[in-house]
Design a protein around this ligand. Sequence first.
Ligand SMILES: [Zn+2]
Ligand SMILES: [Zn+2]
Ligand SMILES: [Zn+2]
Ligand SMILES: [Zn+2]
Ligand SMILES: [Zn+2]
Ligand SMILES: [Zn+2]
Length: 266
Amino acid sequence: MPIAPFCLTCGKTFATVSGMRSHCRSKRRHKAYSYVCEPCDLAFVHLAALQSHINSPRHAYDDLSDYTFNSDVRHKCNLCAKEFKTRKALSQHKDSLAHRDRTLQCLFCHGMFKSASGIAFHLESGCHQVSRHEVTAAVHAMQVSPPISLNPLMIEAAAAPTVPHTVDDDAAHSFVYAVPSSFNGRAYQCHLCYKAFRSLYSLTGHLNSPAHDDDEFMCPKCERRFKLVSGFIQHLESGACGLAKRKAIEAYFNDLSGQFSRLLKV
Ligand SMILES: [Zn+2]
Ligand SMILES: [Zn+2]
Ligand SMILES: [Zn+2]
Ligand SMILES: [Zn+2]
Ligand SMILES: [Zn+2]
Ligand SMILES: [Zn+2]
């Protein structure tokens, strides 16, 4: 279920994801809540909820502003009968996730996904007894070029031929609920970082987010930082930086899931 996006630093809530992002940019060190789908402008309380949204047909549906209803010149989609003002808008629509088949496969459960970020979210959600930290370590070990890793110590650790230990069920699946006793008289306070939140609800979101994780990846072009590789892949897929084409992103991610399954089979 979507929630209001909020600032992890000051707990302020926003009507839109972009509103939250511009708040965090203007306050410089404020951190944006990370379980968000930017193309759809939605925030979620738990990683698994975001992941199932990303893989649902609702995700990345077209911007209604591209539709035309009263124009003489119409470009009609032969798949869903929607009409567009321009040929370009129509071809963008046909290439969007709305009409894309699930062509990417999870090597662990053989589930099919529409996008590279969808499969990354799937792995990070802990459904295959691996934690988001192990997914991060596997990506660091790939040492992709241009470099996207921020933490050189982790790269060495991940590149070393060690047997990755799988985390136990509890660590991978536990969902933490904020307790009413976290109320300090004025606000609900996180016991780890002492940040205050207006509601038990936003504190719960904070506790289950990667808020206390470090930034692990950086976009080589715009230098935006990400805690999870799925966030970085979603950034690439959004085309905001024009850094890579969809095919290249998918090829890159196939490498990642191959690498990841090799690591786990050692
Ligand atoms: Zn803030
Ligand atoms: Zn979405
Ligand atoms: Zn269509
Ligand atoms: Zn799977
Ligand atoms: Zn905290
Ligand atoms: Zn970028």
